[in-house]
Design a protein around this ligand. Structure first.
Ligand code: 5GP
Ligand code: ZN
Length: 106
């Protein structure tokens, strides 16, 4: 939990948000400003700033994020038509929220 982090506040319920999926390590919710008919964010509960800050112990969470992205694409019926799984990394990579997240866009 990081003070003033918007995604930590969503994860801990301080900012009420509907979760399409939740387990021990991550949550999935709709992007507030969707860029496509399906635009979800897959967000680890642990505060990690970006891909650059991942450590050895985070290997499991990253693979879980990708598998969850795949499963959510299936649930949202975009598996066959196709979709993107995107990580923005730091400012030059378009990252605006500095709590690790993966976009599912389809
Ligand atoms: P980034 O550019 O950091 O990868 O993207 C952050 C994403 O988070 C943006 O697409 C933005 O629309 C979304 N976002 C920012 N604040 C909120 C929020 O309070 N709620 C939700 N659901 N999405 C948010
Ligand atoms: Zn955070």
């Amino acid at each position: 939990m990081e003070k003033d982090c918007i995604f930590c506040k969503i994860v801990n319920g301080e900012i009420p948000t509907d979760f399409l999926y939740e387990n021990d390590s991550l949550v999935v919710f709709k992007d507030i400003n969707p860029q496509a008919p399906v635009h979800l964010l897959i967000v680890p509960k642990k505060h990690i700033r970006s891909i650059n800050d991942l450590t050895e112990e985070d290997r499991k969470i990253v693979s879980e994020m990708i598998i969850t992205g795949r499963d959510m694409a299936e649930k949202e019926s975009v598996s066959k038509s196709g979709y993107k799984l995107i990580f923005h990394v730091e400012k030059g990579g378009g990252q605006l929220v500095f709590h690790l997240h993966m976009h599912l866009i389809g």
